[in-house]
Write a protein that binds this ligand. Structure first.
Ligand code: C5P
Length: 223
C-alpha cells in the first residue's frame, strides 16, 4: 500500500485513543476511532430496540445507519444519521451493550468494509481491537496496548467523573472493563488478539508523553 496505516489495538480503556490522537496530530494523519463506530451502532440498536438475535432486523438496521466522522482538533466526533452522538456513546448504557453488538458477524462485516474504505488512500491512525489483524493486516506499523485492569478502571472512572457522571461507581467501571476484555477476546468473529508483528506497549506505569515518544520512534523506524 502507498498510504501509511498505523494500527493500534488492545484492551478496553488502556489509552489507545489518547495515543492514537496524539500520534495522528504529530504525524498529520487522520485519526479514526473504530470503537466509536461500534458504539454508535449500539446506540442505534438500543434506541430502536433491535435484538441481536434477530438477524433480519440487524441487517435491516445496518441499512439505515449512516456514520460520519468530523475531524475537529483530532477528537473523534461521530454522527449517527446526522446527529452528533460523541458524548452519548461513552455513557454506560452503550458500554454495557457494545460487546454483544460488536460480536455480530453482520455488524463487523459492515464496519470493517467502511473502515477499509476510509483507509484506502489516506495516511491514517486507527484504533480498535482487530485493526492490525483483520481490517489492515498489511498496516506498516502496529501497536498492541495493554495495562493493569485496575489502573485502567481508575483512569476511566476519573474520566467519567470529570464529565459529571456521579452514578457510576469504580466497581461498575472495573466490572464493565473485565466483562469487555473477556467478551472481546473470546468472541468467534475477529477476537481481540495481538498480530504477530505488533509492538507491545504496556502503559501501566508510563505517561502519555512517554508513550507518544516511544510510538513516534517506532513509526520513524518503520517508514
Ligand atoms: O474502543 P472502545 O472501548 O470504545 O470500543 C468499544 C467496544 O467496541 C469494544 O469493547 C469492542 O467490543 C468493540 N470494538 C470492536 N472492534 C473494534 C473496536 C471496538 O469489536 N475494532
Amino acid at each position: 500500500r502507498k498510504n501509511l496505516v498505523v494500527a493500534i489495538d488492545g484492551y478496553s480503556s488502556c489509552g489507545k485513543s489518547t495515543l492514537a490522537k496524539a500520534l495522528a496530530k504529530k504525524l498529520g494523519f487522520i485519526y479514526i476511532d473504530s470503537g466509536a463506530m461500534y458504539r454508535a451502532v449500539t446506540l442505534y440498536f438500543i434506541r430502536n430496540q433491535i435484538s441481536c438475535a434477530d438477524e433480519l432486523a440487524v441487517a435491516d438496521a445496518l441499512q439505515h445507519i449512516e456514520l460520519n466522522f468530523h475531524a475537529r482538533d483530532y477528537e473523534s466526533h461521530i454522527t449517527l444519521n446526522g446527529e452528533e452522538v460523541s458524548e452519548e456513546i461513552r455513557q454506560m448504557p452503550v458500554s454495557e451493550n457494545v460487546s454483544e453488538v460488536s460480536a455480530q458477524k453482520l455488524v463487523r462485516r459492515e464496519m470493517v468494509r467502511q473502515q477499509q474504505r476510509m483507509g484506502k488512500s489516506k495516511n491514517i491512525v486507527m484504533d480498535g481491537r482487530d485493526i492490525g489483524t483483520t481490517v489492515f493486516p498489511d498496516a506498516q506499523i502496529k501497536f498492541f496496548m495493554t495495562a493493569d485492569p485496575k489502573v485502567r478502571a481508575e483512569r476511566r472512572f476519573r474520566e467519567l467523573q470529570s464529565k459529571g457522571d456521579t452514578t457510576t461507581s469504580l466497581e461498575n467501571v472495573f466490572e464493565n472493563i473485565a466483562h469487555r476484555d473477556y467478551a472481546d477476546t473470546t468472541r468467534t468473529e475477529s477476537p481481540l488478539v495481538r498480530a504477530d508483528d505488533a509492538i507491545i506497549l504496556d502503559n501501566t506505569k508510563i505517561t502519555p508523553q512517554e508513550q507518544l515518544n516511544f510510538a513516534l520512534d517506532k513509526v520513524k523506524a518503520a517508514i
